[in-house]
Design a protein around this ligand. Structure first.
Ligand SMILES: Nc1nc2c(c(=O)[nH]1)N[C@@H](CN(C=O)c1ccc(C(=O)N[C@@H](CCC(=O)O)C(=O)O)cc1)CN2
Length: 286
């Protein structure tokens, strides 16, 4: 390989002695220069997690051959593993409803290059964001929801996603509950930003719930989407202090910046392959 390529190797497997030695030995035997390495052994799940970034040297075989050879080690340790080429920009489709702050934040990071992705389309069940999206020269697909027949809209959404073939779907304040079928199709590849510090205040209007409860902290949670609403594996969270003087609208306004930060971090962790699934939880190598 030409030495300019960067590959990220992620591994999860039953924890045991010798995994790091086997992986680092394999990489050194194949002239792979390690630039980043992180690992964690979970004493509760007894699973081992590793993320290793390396630059293949001149003597390193092509990625396909390297994967073939690594599969022997992976089999020995019952690994779930992937090698990702950093040159492959992930295709990210963003879904939005009426609130555009998270979408605008992602678009800014996309245009400034701090989020190295492709955005082949943005999809919404409302027309509000169309002009903003088209100003950004990104295709906008308006798929309105008929409350009397929600499945029709989701069939159209599924067909569109099948065409777009995204690596990741981001629900940037998309306020529709995805069906179990769509959740299954997107499992591990769909991130939602929930506007509360989960597990508090799941579902609709969390800031109003928080105001009624008299909380002294509000927050936001980015999580993978599962059939169980707002119960998916948490990727990132943040909080801000609030007090009795803040109205629900104040909380909504203060929450926007938290949501932007948390969602963009979660998307970046995902596209950099820093997030590994650990049952109903995640391991995030920051
Ligand atoms: N299957 C899942 N779908 C969605 C999830 C999820 O975790 N699993 N997260 C939500 C986002 N969300 C809160 O963050 C949320 C969105 C929508 C609703 C809701 O009650 N929606 C109503 C319609 C509301 C409207 O039309 O304005 C509904 O779908 O019937 C609650 C929470 C995204 N989807």
């Amino acid at each position: 390989m030409d030495g300019k390529q960067t590959i990220t190797l992620t591994i999860t497997c039953p924890d045991t002695v010798g995994i790091v030695a086997a992986v680092s030995g394999f990489l050194s035997e194949h002239d792979a220069f390690i630039t980043e390495a992180a690992q964690y052994g979970d004493p509760f799940s007894k699973r081992f997690f590793m993320r290793c970034v390396f630059i293949p040297g001149a003597l390193c075989p092509p990625k396909g051959e390297l994967e073939k050879r690594f599969s022997m080690i992976a089999q020995r340790f019952q690994m779930i593993w992937h090698m990702y080429d950093a040159a492959d920009k992930p295709r990210v489709v963003v879904l939005v409803s009426k609130f555009g702050h998270c979408l605008n934040d992602l678009l800014h990071r996309y245009h400034t290059g701090s989020l190295p992705v492709e955005i082949p389309a943005i999809i919404s069940n409302h027309p509000d964001m169309q002009s903003q999206v088209e100003w950004n020269k990104i295709p906008f697909h308006y798929l309105p929801v008929d409350k009397t027949d929600k499945t029709r809209q989701e069939r159209a959404l599924i067909a569109l996603l099948d065409d777009l073939e995204p690596d990741l779907v981001v629900l940037a304040r998309y306020m529709q509950i995805l069906s179990p079928e769509l959740c299954a199709r997107l499992s591990g590849h769909c991130i939602n930003i929930h506007h509360s510090f989960l597990p508090s205040f799941k579902g609709a209007k969390p800031y109003h719930q928080a105001h009624s409860r008299g909380v002294k902290l509000i927050g936001a949670t980015a999580h993978y989407v599962t059939t169980d609403l707002d119960e998916g594996p948490i990727i990132d969270q943040a909080v801000e202090r609030v007090d009795h003087t803040h109205t629900p609208d104040d909380l909504v306004a203060m929450g926007r910046d938290i949501e932007n930060l948390v969602l963009s971090r979660a998307v970046r962790y995902h596209i950099e392959h820093r997030v590994l699934m650990n049952g109903a939880k995640t391991v995030v190598f920051k």
